[in-house]
Design a protein around this ligand. Structure first.
Ligand code: PLP
Length: 381
């Protein structure tokens, strides 16, 4: 006898078509996507093995090599957000028992620690107060002490607004046979980066910040040295989805099915990278620097001060000290509700102490700064 099962209607909502407020996203990310990029997302999807799509994947690879200034052949977009690309670097580079030295000067350094530990690394850390960066002597001492297989550093620590200088770090790494892994989630497109000249072996990023694209397709690259370590590892990569030996066959010449790529996100990433190439990398870096200096001046004229020493401040993300007696969360709420502007609050050690203001990709414009300063004039006590 067939049993009749009745449909549970508790989740059966009768909704109006989607309506989302239009915001100026000046927080730690996402930033607003370029209108041309959004338009590209509207294009009908083709199959993930369609020759037109495979050609687009080739274009993404070339353009990523340009924006990262690398010749690495294994340069792809991971289907997922920056954290997926972060996990891809760790999963592919770390073998159980490897010593992994991680520079922790903020929230994302800690995320790397947690992740590397989950893949069986013998994690060692070097730490700095949030907002400061490591110098070469400190890194050399730590490398000598721990002799790690991998040194991981966050180039642009989004929780603090500090830029970790990388020149000279790889030379130190080579002395100890160490691979250099860097997080460029808040730097790619907006902050000078020369992966090959700086000797970086593994890097990852995201689409929703300096590239001016929605989140979901995240740049990933590894050097020939890092690929060699991957090919020689006795253990399988403990993450099927992010295993570069499998994924590399989809992005490489074999073109074998691995997963269904998020086609429309890749359209968007391709357009975002095309626009960046059209502007030129040096012009984009200069634009980010010019606009952030304009922001700093404006904030100072309102009596506000920055958390990070000027030399190490990021052009993409500024941490602004919340003045004593001011309710930082209430100000951010007012900016959102009354002015449609999103800024971020502090994370971890800096919670309640700073606001985080992002000027990334398409949003790094004088008009964004003017809009924010005008709104701040109204909401600050
Ligand atoms: N690393 C850094 C430095 C970040 O700022 C972020 C996100 O803001 C991530 C990693 C994780 O990226 P996602 O949030 O896109 O997963």
């Amino acid at each position: 006898m067939t049993q009749t099962i009745s449909i549970n209607d508790s989740g059966h909502l009768q909704l109006k078509p989607l309506e989302i407020p239009s915001r100026l996203l000046l927080g730690p990310g996402p930033s607003n996507a370029h209108p041309t990029v959004l338009q590209a997302m509207n294009t009908s999807p083709v199959g993930h093995l369609d020759p037109a799509f495979l050609a687009l994947m080739d274009e993404i690879q070339s353009l990523l090599r340009y924006v990262w200034q690398t010749e690495n052949s294994l340069t792809i977009a991971v289907s997922g957000t920056g954290t997926a690309a972060m996990e891809a670097t760790i999963a592919n580079a770390v073998e159980p028992g490897d010593v992994v030295l991680i520079g922790v000067a903020g929230y994302f350094g800690n995320r790397l620690v947690d992740m590397a530990g989950r893949y069986g690394a013998d994690v060692q850390t070097i730490t700095k107060p949030w907002g400061q960066v490591f110098n070469l002597d400190e890194l050399q001492t730590a490398l000598k002490t721990h002799r790690p297989a991998i040194l991981a550093l966050v180039h642009a620590e989004t929780s603090t607004g500090a830029r970790q200088p990388l020149e000279g770090v790889a030379d130190l790494c080579r002395e100890f046979g160490t691979l250099l892994l860097i997080d460029t989630v808040t730097s790619l497109g907006g902050v000078p980066l020369f992966l090959d000249a700086w000797g970086v072996d593994l890097a990852y990023s995201c689409s929703q910040k300096g590239l001016g694209c929605p989140p979901g397709a995240s740049p990933f690259t590894m050097s020939a040295r890092a690929v060699e370590k991957l090919q020689q590892r006795p253990t399988k990569v403990a993450n099927w989805y992010l295993d570069m030996l499998l994924l590399g066959k989809y992005w490489g010449t074999e073109r074998t099915y691995h997963h269904t790529a998020p086609i429309n996100l890749y359209y968007a990433l391709r357009e975002a990278l095309r626009l960046l190439a059209e502007e030129g990398l040096a012009n984009s870096w200069q634009r980010h620097q010019k606009n952030v200096e304009y922001l700093w001046e404006g904030l100072e004229s309102l009596g506000l001060s920055m958390h990070v020493e000027q030399e190490y401040r990021l052009p993409t993300l500024t941490t602004v000290c919340i003045p004593a007696g001011v309710d930082g969360k209430a100000i951010a709420r007012q900016l959102l509700n009354e002015h449609n502007i999103e800024i971020g609050g502090g994370l971890g050690e800096l919670a309640g102490k700073v606001w985080r203001v992002g000027l990334m990709g398409f949003n790094s414009r004088k008009e964004s700064v003017d809009q924010l300063l005008a709104a701040l004039r109204q909401v600050l006590p």
